[in-house]
Design a protein. Sequence first.
Length: 318
Amino acid sequence: MEFFKIRQDIPFMKNAIAFNAISFLTFLAAVFFLFSRGLHLSVEFTGGTLMEVSYSQAADLNVVRDQIAKLGLNDVQVQNFGTARDVMIRMPAVKGQSSAQQSELVLTALKATDANIQLRRTEFVGPQVGDELAIDGLKALAFVVVGIMVYLAMRFEWKFAVAAIVANLHDVVIILGFFAFFQWEFSLPVLAAVLAVLGYSVNESVVIFDRIRENFRRFRKMNTVEIIDNAITSTISRTIITHGCTQLMVLSMLLFGGATLHYFALALTIGILFGIYSSVFVAAAIAMWLGIRREDLIKPTGPKTPGDPDDENAGAVV
């Protein structure tokens, strides 16, 4: 399915150096903010207080958030669990205030508007649990990276594997850089979004790489740059359809999903936009600079004989 068909190949690789210079500067800026400001980790990573309360009727989560915000507590996560009357509240640890004192303060504030609220449970999530979650998250990221490289190396060629993983890590670091610069809360749903972006971004790279391999077989007289430009141009319509539909779904979560899904959808939005960019201007360009050739993807099956259709000199007049 195509919205349009471009007859003339767009010379993407002609501007590869300029676009990759921009990518490199953006990457350095993201790394700088990660080290200078760091990530604003949520309760799951840093530890804090977990409360579960039950209302007599469906709870308005926005009202609950406003009541807790008036207490001076920031970065509080409020969400339903089980039913619309049950509310889970996660709060970061506060210096000089125990978990019991913190939960009692919040419960008192909530009962000011509904005296029938019942406290189901309250517990302290220690920083040791947070450390374990952070380590498990890093392990998951490492497994995804290794798995992607092995898959691409087996399906295509190691040069494509290196190019794709550099482009994908470029996307991940830039997402983290945004969260560090704006000090947005980095939670487990955001980590899940980052892992999802890795898989989503590599899908676009695979589509382009597959078309490059196909072009090497079809167009014998094209050089590598022309092959890559044709591959990217011929997949533009598919890219617009796929990423456009996905972005509409993610934007709907961002605009209407509420506070619980806000940062998850925000990370996906950034990742999808940069994933398209990196697949075209980073992954393809790195594969070109690594010296990808026809011989890397199409192995000779045997000695060629005059008149063989695969013989580049077939039909030549001497």
